[in-house]
Design a protein around this ligand. Structure first.
Ligand code: NDP
Ligand code: HSE
Length: 439
């Protein structure tokens, strides 16, 4: 057997500890699959004295000098499971420039400055793999960047954040409000102490950027993604969705399109949306992730599984370690990106969406015509209208109007809702949600 592939592990927290365990437990199989044994050269952490349980690893491997570890001549592959932008970016650029291969789970960094990493990898000649950065254990990026490279992907729709999926699933199942469901997610350990990145959609937006870049051969960064979180989703929204036979999910949607000049574009967005219960993503509950890919020849594909957690994420990391180690032994590298298509990223206002709007209106002649007139003025076509007695306003001279539109530019739909809010006959706009999937 050839000499070992030497690994520098940056970070030994939730994911890093499971990487160490898997490397130990699977060492013989991994060596057989790669054709050389894997050896940990060092583990960089912030606090040397931290209790890491009974990790099967020599204490002397731990260091707080990550950069020193990366620069060592006997390190072939750098595994980064620290997270954040700096110092991770500087470490990985340094490693890649030095010709080392990098495996990272850091979606925030890839979405923020993936270009710097891809360029450093191309210059240094090493690999940059990041399967664990999106949807944890689910094999998704490799299929997008290899298996589907003979096809043309048109749309990727995903639930890529487990915390928010847990919260929305709980709201749907119990009728709880957002705050109550977040408390439950925190108590059960799904939501972090500071849940901002999850509930405000930053985590999903970073993953959306990575997915769109791979699916559409175009560099898409976090700043290109329209992002809305789930903090404004109310129990009334969930009830509205249920009345329509739908559920609410935080979706990441990356889709090909054509702008008014005929130029091919891509739009990338993250926001809560109603989807019919018959949609494959509707049944994805708890903290699970799933990604639905639509391609010309392959048709519809669904990827489903655990999107987070130490062991599931370490599984994806180890898969990458095997791949980059094999490449090193073979003296080859895989291109970390394909950005030849360079499609323009379309602003959210031009994205084609559908809206579900619930209104509490005065119940008198001409109201429906006035409301319909607002939609018509903004060139938005109404698909369905349902009228009932005003929700939550028993005994008042009011009515509830529930309107679902056909597809229209998002800006036109938003302007329609703005104008409705200003109408004297509209007492309140009780729910506004985008609708995805065929109802
Ligand atoms: P943790 O916070 O559990 O672990 C982070 C590790 O990085 C700790 O070991 C910490 O050291 C170390 N660290 C932090 N700062 C430094 C520093 N300046 N120098 C050296 N070491 C440092 O994070 P996770 O394991 O949860 O996540 C790691 C990465 O994986 C992130 O990019 C995350 O987004 C990604 N990821 C995580 C998933 C999950 O389920 N947890 C799922 C998918 C991706 P110390 O132990 O001494 O504090
Ligand atoms: N916070 C993320 C989630 C972890 O809830 O899905 C995985 O990236």
């Amino acid at each position: 057997m050839t000499s070992p592939v030497r690994l520098a592990l940056l970070g030994c927290g939730t994911v890093g500890q499971e990487v160490v365990r898997l490397l130990h437990e699977q060492s013989a199989d991994l060596a057989a699959r790669i054709g050389a044994p894997l050896e940990i050269a060092g583990i960089a952490v912030r606090r040397l004295g931290r209790d890491r349980g009974d990790l099967p690893v020599d204490e002397e491997l731990f260091t707080t000098d990550a950069l020193g570890l990366i620069k060592r001549d006997d390190v072939d592959v750098v595994i980064e499971v620290v997270g954040g932008i700096e110092p991770a970016r500087s470490w990985l650029v340094e490693a890649l420039h030095a010709g080392k291969s990098v495996v990272t789970a850091n979606k925030a960094l890839l979405a923020e400055d993936g270009v710097a990493l891809h360029e450093a990898a191309a210059e240094g000649g090493g690999d940059l793999y990041y399967e664990a950065s999106v949807a944890g254990a689910i094999p998704l990026l490799r299929p997008l960047r290899e298996s589907l490279h003979g096809d043309r992907i048109n749309r990727v729709t995903g639930i890529v954040n487990g915390t928010t999926n847990f919260i929305l699933s709980a709201m749907d199942a119990t009728g709880a409000g957002f705050a109550e469901a977040l408390d439950e997610a925190t108590a059960l350990g799904y939501a972090e102490a500071d849940p901002t990145a999850d509930i405000e959609g930053f985590d999903a937006a970073a993953k959306a950027a990575i997915l769109a870049s791979l699916a559409f051969h175009t560099r898409v960064g976090a700043a290109d993604v329209h992002r809305e979180g789930i903090t404004e989703v109310t129990a009334a929204d969930v009830a509205s969705a249920q009345a329509m036979g739908c559920t609410i999910k935080l979706l990441c949607i990356a889709a090909r399109g054509v702008d008014p000049t005929g130029r091919e574009t891509v739009s990338v967005r993250v926001h809560p949306a109603m989807i019919p219960r018959s949609h494959p993503l509707a049944s994805v509950g708890d903290a699970f992730n799933a990604v639905f890919v639509e391609a010309d020849a392959a048709g519809q594909l669904m990827f489903y599984g655990q999107g987070a957690g130490g062991a599931p994420t370490a599984s994806a990391v180890l898969g990458d370690v095997v791949a980059v180690s094999r490449n090193r032994l073979a003296g080859v590298r895989a291109a970390s990106e394909s950005s030849y298509a360079d499609l323009a990223v379309r602003p959210m206002g031009e994205a084609l969406t559908r809206y579900h709007v619930s209104l509490d209106v005065a119940d008198r002649p001409g109201v429906l015509a006035s409301v319909a007139g607002v939609f018509a003025r903004h060139d938005v076509s109404i698909a369905t209208v349902r009228q009932g007695s005003a929700g939550g306003s028993p005994g008042r001279d009011g009515a509830e109007l529930v309107i679902v539109t056909h597809v229209a530019p998002d800006a036109a739909l938003a302007a329609t809702v703005d104008e409705l809010r200003g109408l004297e006959i509209v007492r309140s706009v009780t729910s506004v949600l985008r609708v995805e999937g065929d109802a």
